[in-house]
Write a protein that binds this ligand. Structure first.
Ligand SMILES: [Fe+2]
Ligand SMILES: [Fe+2]
Length: 242
């Protein structure tokens, strides 16, 4: 089946795992992550309790931000390298959508899930994420599939997963959406976000020990990010040798 963009390409939504290059391919990883995001959006729709909805939005937000970071730091630069004749209108458009999602998630992070306007902002974020997934599955990924072989798609997939794991976990709308700015800022923010996540999970709000805990955990979090970046570099080199 061809996709609704009428670009003559088959959407990755309509291809088998084998056709997409297997489970390690960036095409398969992207589609699987979009499906997980979609499941969280449906879970929100089915949940009547405001606090539970807030927890789903927090999980959705972290997953969406990690996904977008992997796209902005690995997938889109790879797309632009493989299709140098194309103008970058498509990746610029999707990066604009990511910017909107960052801003909406930052607002939602500070908002009470029971407050007026919360649901409307959540639904706007969902709408942008769904639109974004269609742009990628129907257009960007099939175009990349035409010019990259399976070894390259798997190497991009390995680097994509390493970036997703090492990504910041909180919205940062002021950070650039393109390398090198997002890579440089992302490494430090990933550390500080994990410290905040870990301390917020372990200690009560307002506790004086939170500041102390954040300092101690920074060292561990930095080691996690450095290891992930090293794995990504090793994966990229291995992919090129294949
Ligand atoms: Fe995206
Ligand atoms: Fe995506």
């Amino acid at each position: 089946m061809t996709n609704p963009r009428r670009n003559g390409l088959t959407s990755v939504a309509d291809q088998s795992e084998d056709e997409l290059g297997g489970a390690g391919s960036v095409l398969w990883r992207q589609r699987a992550d979009h499906a997980d995001l979609d499941a969280l959006m449906h879970a929100y729709d089915a949940e009547p309790d405001a606090d539970a909805r807030g927890r789903i939005v927090a999980e959705f937000g972290e997953r969406a931000l990690r996904h977008a970071f992997a796209e902005e730091t690995v997938l889109f630069p790879a797309y632009r390298r493989h299709l140098p004749g194309d103008d970058d209108e498509l990746t610029a458009h999707i990066e604009g959508d990511h910017q909107q999602v960052n801003e909406l998630l930052q607002d939602l992070q500070r908002a009470d899930p029971a407050s007026p306007g919360y649901d409307a902002r959540v639904r706007r974020a969902f709408e942008v994420v769904r639109h974004d997934a269609h742009d990628e599955e129907d257009d960007l990924l099939p175009r990349l599939q035409q010019v990259a072989d399976v070894g390259e798609l798997r190497a991009i997939g390995a680097a994509w997963e390493a970036a997703r794991r090492a990504s910041p976990t909180r919205p940062h709308p002021k950070v650039p959406r393109r390398p090198p700015g997002n890579v440089v800022a992302g490494a430090g923010l990933a550390v500080s976000d994990r410290v905040k996540d870990a301390v917020d999970a372990a200690l009560p709000v307002g506790s004086a020990r939170r500041a102390v805990g954040r300092g101690a955990l920074a060292v561990t979090a930095a080691a996690v990010v450095v290891a992930a970046v090293r794995r990504s570099l090793r994966g990229g080199r291995a992919g090129r040798r294949r």
